[in-house]
Design a protein around this ligand. Structure first.
Ligand SMILES: *Cc1c(COP(=O)(O)O)cnc(C)c1O
Length: 340
């Protein structure tokens, strides 16, 4: 059976690099949304807990519930009205409308739009949000924003950072006026963490760097991170093909000489995105994916029982003209995960 192998020492190495940069383990929030970027939600949560991480970010209540025992604080990004309450949960609120659906006595964090114009309250809605929350005895535990171009060279990042500075000042003014404690402030994702200094903020939200990647402009002084996930497939069958025979759908791969090829139990239905005649790929051991990838299998020029399809998705991201995030999050939760 195909399997995903999670390398614990690589994960811990990446956490150490993040900790070294931030100088405070308690400020790290690990982003575990979308099945921990395809790695396996509970597996990664448990390992991060073992490392000593106290905070996590997820997308849904369901995800939060399945990792609640591992963390002190869980920020839930999705705007769905909550079904369950836990003192660990902090619900992200993106609009004044969403705030109306939050139950009394909840803990929330306000997402503020500092320039990405995707999610979040506009800065001039802050006062109304604070008043609305205190009326329902809702505690605002954090104020956060998200950068649209932390990974690209250019001034947009600094412009947004400046906007967030004004947002923080406004929040402090409101808290003094309403006699409320100052909430946590946070804005940095992985690429922001490593291009700048966030000692003055209370938390950083690291996703992709935790898993060993940074799709950041190489001009930034990036740390050496280690990919955590590898994908393995098992042999279904081997056959001998003769010169000029063709393999798979469309017969796009023609065999140059008689050889043995095998079929393996991974396909695009498992989340290994489809390779074809325009997208050629060699595994880390140098085996070639022959022809088009099928839904549940693919062919390689080897007879090996078990094959590592990748231990680093950078090259695949390149071939598929996408980012490492997409290759990783495509992997289906049904593939068995093992930790080494
Ligand atoms: C996904 C996400 C992150 C993590 O981003 P990375 O680039 O993977 O570090 C941080 N903050 C928010 C709000 C997110 O949605």
């Amino acid at each position: 059976m195909a399997k995903i192998v999670i390398n614990k020492s690589h994960l811990f190495h990446n956490l150490q690099q993040i900790e070294k940069k931030i100088n405070d383990k308690n400020k790290i929030a690990v982003v575990l949304k979308d099945n921990a970027y395809g790695h396996g939600l509970v597996e990664i949560a448990q390992l991060c807990h073992e490392y000593g991480i106290k905070n996590a970010v997820v997308r849904t209540f369901k995800e939060a519930e399945s990792v609640v025992t591992f963390f002190d604080n869980i920020l839930i990004l999705a705007d769905t009205p909550p079904h369950t309450y836990s003192h660990t949960f902090h619900i992200a609120v993106n609009s004044l409308e969403a705030l109306q659906h939050i139950p009394k006595n909840s803990k929330i964090q306000l997402k503020v739009d500092s320039g990405m114009h995707r999610n979040g309250l506009s800065p001039n809605e802050l006062e109304e949000a604070f008043l609305g929350a205190s009326k329902k005895n809702i505690t605002i535990t954090g104020i956060f924003t998200h950068y649209r171009s932390a990974d690209e060279l250019g001034s947009a990042y600094f412009w947004q950072k400046e906007n967030f500075k004004h947002i923080k000042a406004e929040v402090k003014r409101l808290c003094e006026k309403l006699f409320l404690p100052i909430p946590l402030f946070h804005s940095a994702n992985s690429s922001a963490v490593f291009r700048d200094n966030f000692y003055a903020e209370d938390m950083v939200r690291v996703g992709i760097a935790l898993y060993g990647y940074l799709d950041t402009d190489p001009i930034f002084n990036n740390p050496h991170l280690k990919p955590v996930l590898s994908l393995y497939a098992n042999k279904i069958s081997t056959r001998t093909v003769s010169k000029n025979q063709r393999i798979g759908y469309g017969g796009t791969a023609t065999i140059p000489k008689q050889m043995q090829i095998s079929t393996y139990d991974i396909g695009y239905g498992d989340g290994f995105l489809r390779l074809n005649e325009r997208k050629k790929y060699h595994t880390p051991d140098g085996f070639e994916v022959l022809g088009r990838v099928s839904m549940d299998n693919l062919s390689l020029n080897t007879t090996q029982e078990e094959v590592c399809l990748f231990n680093d998705v950078t090259q695949l991201a390149h071939i598929h003209d996408t980012i490492t995030y997409e290759i990783l999050t495509s992997l289906k939760p049904t593939i068995k995960r093992i930790i080494i």
